[in-house]
Design a protein around this ligand. Structure first.
Ligand SMILES: [Fe+2]
Ligand SMILES: [Fe+2]
Length: 166
């Protein structure tokens, strides 16, 4: 018979998934900042890179709280999302559509994170990991704010600029 697996196992597995993902995102954000044309978007990516360092640290705290080793587990979903973003960077580099493309890629990343942190926070609550709930919620809030800022940058400038291209 298969060994019993519980919500706690799922929680630990998913923590490893997002820990891997955050570290990939940390590497991708500086490239996105360099590719961005608008100063606001560049600044947004740079600010979120700093926040992402905090996300990695919070995850390390959560691993510690549950008495497990902090380790990543390959997350093919984030690798695919980042690979698509790199494709956009290559194909739209230097064109009026680059910022709109970068924003769309970044929002795919944020939505992946929001899905993961939402689930982890709910599971932490069920499992009675109170401090973990607080830590996961702090990151969830920052991902949400970043997503909203990206929407704002798209609708106030980037999409218009992209559509006005000659
Ligand atoms: Fe994050
Ligand atoms: Fe994020």
């Amino acid at each position: 018979m298969a060994k019993e697996k519980t919500l706690e196992d799922l929680f630990y597995d998913t923590l490893k998934d997002i820990y891997f993902a955050e570290r990939q995102i940390l590497r991708a954000l500086p490239k996105m900042a360099r590719a961005a044309q608008s100063t606001e978007l560049k600044a947004g990516f740079e600010k979120h890179r700093e926040e992402t360092e905090g996300h990695v640290e919070r995850l390390q705290q959560v691993f510690e709280l549950i008495g497990k080793r902090a380790q990543g587990k390959t997350c093919e979903a984030i690798q695919g999302i980042i690979a698509e973003g790199e494709e956009i960077m290559e194909e739209f580099k230097g064109t009026p559509a680059i910022d709109a493309g970068l924003i769309s890629s970044a929002q795919a990343v944020e939505h992946y994170e929001i899905a993961r942190y939402g689930t982890l926070k709910t599971w932490a609550h069920t499992l009675g990991f109170k401090e973990a709930v607080t830590l996961l919620d702090q990151t969830l809030q920052e991902e949400g704010k970043t997503d909203k800022l990206l929407s704002q940058l798209a609708t106030t400038a980037a999409n218009q600029k992209a559509s006005r291209a000659a």
